[in-house]
Ligand binder design. Sequence first.
Ligand SMILES: [Zn+2]
Length: 217
Amino acid sequence: MASQQETDQQVTGTFAVDDEGFVVDTEDCEARELAHRERGTSHPITVVGNPVLHQECQDVTEFDAGLARLVDDMFASQHTAEGVGLAANQIGVDRKVFVYDCPDDDGVRHTGYIINPVLAELPPERRVLDSSNEGCLSVPTAYAELARPDYAEVSGVDLDGNPVKLRGTGYFARCLQHETDHLYGRLYIDRLSKRDRKDALRQMAEGTPRYEVVPND
Ligand SMILES: [Zn+2]
């Protein structure tokens, strides 16, 4: 999955896609990320315990200027919090949208967004588990080891409602799974053992986030 790989690209909707129909999200990352966040407004981050994080978000049905503004605001918020991925409910919005700006294990940067994402079921031979450290802006200052498949495919739509597909390996595959989980009301700590979950919450209680969070009251 090297970025230098030559593929026949064609443009459908707002994204270029490769010859297997997956979004090319490795080009002009810096310019695209900057354009989104300069149009957007940064918002504080919701944290574990806030109800919006613990329920499935609503499907997006209106593809209007408000949706484009949400994506811009999410890029701005992700940048402020120094995240590599952000789901809409992490800024308190009950809609199935996530953005990302995330390197894979080859150091290749992936930048983009997806609306109404659905994670593809992988055939058993493609489910190779990778155990790495994971953290979440909504569980500030905590990290835990979590095993996840090292490859992921997600399908959804773009800002115009056109079908799109994303895929990733390594750390970026982890990001795609983590962000899709968010939109179905699941945090990574919900996938930990009872003991590791408790430890993550203790780390959070003892730490101080480096960005503004929404108080739970
Ligand atoms: Zn998260």
